[in-house]
Unconditional design. Structure first.
Length: 127
């Protein structure tokens, strides 16, 4: 039998649809996609792609901590970019948040994200 729990924190943006910030099943946490919304104002972070990537990592960190883990516990990370030329910036900023062994990862170019965001990330964490 699985032990399933909804994960929620005020330190990350409220869900803007019919989903949870994360779901924990036993020791695995499925993290919903985070876009660069400021959780206090629910507005898109200004300042370009670097500011948006940093906000996404801050939001993911908050959800990971609410689930009893840390960002480094992510084993699979999916990154969605509206412009794949930002991929080197993602790599550089990601290196500040993760150390080896790095999570498995996919980077996907897409045409549009909610609220006009430039980046979104989701993942799976094992704690």
């Amino acid at each position: 039998m699985t032990n399933k729990a909804v994960i929620y924190t005020e330190k990350a943006p409220e869900a803007i649809g019919t989903y949870s910030q994360a779901i924990k099943v036993n020791n695995t946490v499925y993290l919903s996609g985070q876009i660069p919304l400021d959780p206090a104002t629910m507005t898109l972070t200004e300042g370009g792609i670097e500011a948006q990537i940093n906000q996404v990592f801050a939001n993911l960190t908050a959800v990971c901590e609410a689930a009893g883990g840390v960002l480094q516990d992510i084993v699979k990370l999916n990154i969605y970019l509206t412009d794949l030329s930002h991929f080197p910036t993602v790599n550089e900023i990601m290196s500040r948040h993760f150390s080896e062994p790095y999570p498995a990862r996919a980077a996907i170019g897409i045409s549009e994200l909610p609220k006009g965001a430039l980046v979104e990330m989701d993942g799976v964490m094992v704690i």
